[in-house]
Design a protein around this ligand. Structure first.
Ligand SMILES: [Zn+2]
Ligand SMILES: [Zn+2]
Length: 372
């Protein structure tokens, strides 16, 4: 997998503080110019891939944050892999990214591939960890059963368009001092279909397609990141004249979990100990992605200590192993003391000396070793 090492902001030609709209605009402009179907530059394909990759990263909050903080290495650590796409039509690509049509609708040929559609699902972080299934409902255009997609009333058939003679395109020839110009445009009478319907099918009003509610069982793989899309081939809108249906892009939104912070494949959380638990040692129950876990803390546990639970983080998407879970120790100090408690603490304070608080290893050293 070729991963570009050029700066993504530079690739798109935007400032580091560019907002979503600016990034989108820059991407659309570049993609239009560089798409291999359009550009004749020898390095167009290479540059096009670069531009798509940069856009994929910078258009999503999670990956952009990772990239801003840790660069390319951070993305690889976070499990990001650029989409592998084939150079289908430019329209397909834009539909995938924006759910719209680059060149505008209207030029619908009778055997055009169906449009893609996008749906969203929201899942819990714990479901993103284990992987899950979701029934996802969405409205989709299906071929009309009454007319078989032709749009003509049963018993009748579409007739060849008189304006363009069935080609769907009109050619205009103009002469000038410089020679002859031929301009080709979509036939306005049949909108490029080459055929016209004299008596429309009553079921679909001559559209050949109808909107239907469909529900798809979507398999969400373990380790999915917020905002990632899953493509389901051929389940999108029906194509014209029996052509292939479009695809469905399911965007997965991972809800924040108040107990955990996710960074790439790693999980962070805190364990709250009282001063007596920290001083005397204690067993404290902490939440993990796999459920509650009893952690033992020895006497003299310090605030800011980090317990690393190796392999207890998020699974690596389409890979092996899991990230780590780091538990940060927080020590709660009493906020309200009664007379008796105050007396006991004062008595305790009088009994302490330097040895009571002597550190074996610098607190800062411990903190650093946890991140190694
Ligand atoms: Zn129909
Ligand atoms: Zn026509």
């Amino acid at each position: 997998m070729a991963t570009t090492q050029r700066d993504y902001y530079e690739v798109l030609g935007v400032a580091r503080r560019a907002d979503e709209a600016e990034i989108k605009r820059a991407f659309r402009g570049l993609a239009r110019d560089l798409h291999p179907d359009v550009s004749e530059a020898p390095d167009a394909q290479e540059r096009f891939r670069e531009v798509v990759e940069a856009y994929e990263v910078l258009s999503k909050r999670e990956t952009r944050e990772l990239y801003d903080r840790f660069g390319h290495a951070g993305l690889r650590g976070g499990g990001f892999a650029p989409t592998q796409f084939d150079f289908g039509s430019l329209n397909d690509l834009f539909a995938a990214f924006f759910g719209d049509d680059l060149f505008g609708v209207g030029a619908r040929s009778p055997r055009s591939r169906g449009a893609d559609l996008a749906v969203q699902v929201e899942i819990e972080l714990t479901e993103a960890a284990s992987g899950t299934k979701r029934g996802v409902p969405f409205p989709v255009a299906v071929t009309c059963a009454a007319c078989g997609g032709s749009g003509a009333a049963p018993g009748t058939s579409p007739v060849t368009c008189g304006t363009c003679g069935g080609s769907g395109r009109l050619q205009r020839v103009s002469r000038s001092a410089f020679g002859e110009f031929v301009r080709s445009q979509t036939c306005p009478a049949c909108r490029g279909a080459g055929q016209q319907i004299e008596s429309p099918c009553p079921d679909c009003n001559g559209e050949g397609r109808k909107i239907e509610e469909r529900k798809l069982e979507v398999e969400i793989p373990p380790g999915i990141h917020h905002g990632q899309q899953i493509r389901i081939s051929g389940e999108g809108h029906a194509g014209g004249g029996g052509a292939r249906a479009g695809d469905v892009y399911v965007e997965v939104d991972v809800k924040p979990d108040s107990r955990f912070v996710r960074e790439g494949n790693d999980i962070f959380s805190t364990a709250d100990l009282t001063i007596t638990e920290a001083a005397l040692g204690a067993t404290v129950t902490v939440p993990t992605l796999d459920g509650d876990l009893d952690l033992e803390f020895s006497e003299g546990t310090q605030p800011g200590e980090i317990r690393v639970l190796r392999g207890r983080g998020m699974p690596v998407l389409q890979g092996f192993g899991r990230g780590d879970h780091r538990v940060l120790v927080n020590v709660a100090v009493p906020r309200r003391l009664n007379d008796e408690q105050r007396r006991l603490l004062e008595q305790f304070a009088r009994s302490t000396d330097e040895e009571t608080y002597r550190a074996d290893e610098g607190f800062f050293e411990k903190l650093k070793s946890a991140f190694r």
